[in-house]
Ligand binder design. Structure first.
Ligand code: NCD
Length: 343
């Protein structure tokens, strides 16, 4: 395993191929731990992980908390509604409160892009020595989801050795509301880094053509792409064009809460044109796995019987893989701190 150099995990745009390989290798080790009996590792004993979620979450939050407990960390869970935020305390001061209680890793989800990044910078300026892990910021980034999707696909293509190489030359189709999806953005960085071709498919209102050039522009503050040869990104409008030759298909939730204008004529017409079901998937020309980050609008992005079809639907597998991926991230961040036991 190559040395880990990140003090925080905020975005996948700055991940090198070695970073992906390290996370996947560790996750595979954590994934193979027994599911019954002694499930806990002592690696983060005496460490504290705090989840600060300013947006709703089912799987991401529980999965981070479970991952932290499996590594024997103490876990604190912050809920904005029941906190002193309602009394006017700032987000930075809230975070400092948890740091003062001894928190080593803050897992942050926020509706505004850039909040975890700003928090990490501000806490560094204060010399807080705490790691920040982005659990989803606005439309921008959701690194742990991008990694667990990558891990799920790598395990599908190469169950014995799920490494970035398993994605080389694969065509992955991402369907739907790409515009509002931080998951799609993180997936694009991860998949193209590993040499996959990403085909994005959706209507112009939810998938502007500028996504063709998504990986061409370096993220702010970063002049050199850490990945020498990225796979391509291509925007298409119809499933009939996107699906033939696909190796896997990922569909996304219509993020109605983030849609400020009327971006769709009707749910019905969207479902007819972009909804996945067994018949539509046959366009791929061979059996392919289907992914969705959840939560699913059953019957909109995906037919109910496809979602329930364990032969091709990897949604439960994605959730399962979220735990070892988050264990790997927590371990890598906390391992840079003194006194962490080796796994
Ligand atoms: C996603 C999110 O919150 O970005 N869900 C998740 O974390 N599994 C996607 C979504 O909300 O549609």
């Amino acid at each position: 395993m190559k040395p880990w150099t990140h003090a925080h995990v905020l975005d996948l745009a700055c991940f090198s191929l070695d970073d992906y390989a390290t996370v996947l290798e560790l996750a595979q080790r954590f994934r193979s731990l027994p599911v019954v009996g002694a499930r806990k590792l002592p690696a983060l004993q005496g460490r504290m992980v705090t989840t600060l979620f300013f947006e709703p979450s089912t799987r991401t939050r529980s999965s981070f908390e479970l991952a932290a407990r499996r590594l024997s960390a103490d876990v604190q869970s912050f809920s904005p509604a029941a906190s002193s935020l309602s009394k006017g305390e700032s987000l930075l001061d809230t975070a400092r409160t948890y740091v003062a209680m001894g928190s080593n890793v803050l897992v942050v989800r926020h509706g505004c892009a850039g909040v975890p990044q700003k928090l990490a910078r501000d806490l560094e300026a204060l010399g807080a020595g705490v790691a920040v892990l982005n659990a989803g910021d606005g439309l921008h980034s959701h690194p742990s989801q991008g990694l667990l999707d990558l891990f799920t696909l790598a395990r599908h293509f190469d169950p014995e050795k799920p490494s970035p190489a398993a994605l080389q030359g694969r065509r992955i189709v991402i369907v739907g509301d790409v515009l509002h999806s931080r998951v799609a953005r993180s997936n694009i960085w991860a998949l193209t880094a590993c040499g996959a071709e990403v085909v994005l498919c959706g209507p112009p209102t939810l998938l502007p053509s500028l996504f063709n050039a998504f990986t061409a522009s370096p993220p702010p503050g970063q002049s050199v792409d850490p990945v020498p040869r990225r796979g391509a990104v291509r925007v298409v409008r119809d499933l009939a064009e996107a699906l033939p030759g696909a190796d896997a298909v990922m569909t996304l939730r219509l993020q109605k809460e983030r849609m400020r204008q009327n971006l769709l004529t009707s749910l019905d017409s969207y479902q007819r044109r972009y909804g996945l079901n067994h018949q539509v998937l046959a366009l791929c020309g061979r059996p392919v796995p289907v992914l969705h980050p959840g939560p699913v609008n059953r019957g909109v992005e995906m037919a109910g019987d496809l979602l329930d079809d364990g032969r091709c639907c990897l949604v439960d597998e994605q959730v399962r893989n979220g735990v070892p991926i988050r264990m790997a991230l927590l371990y890598l961040l906390a391992a840079a701190m003194p006194d962490v036991k080796e796994v």
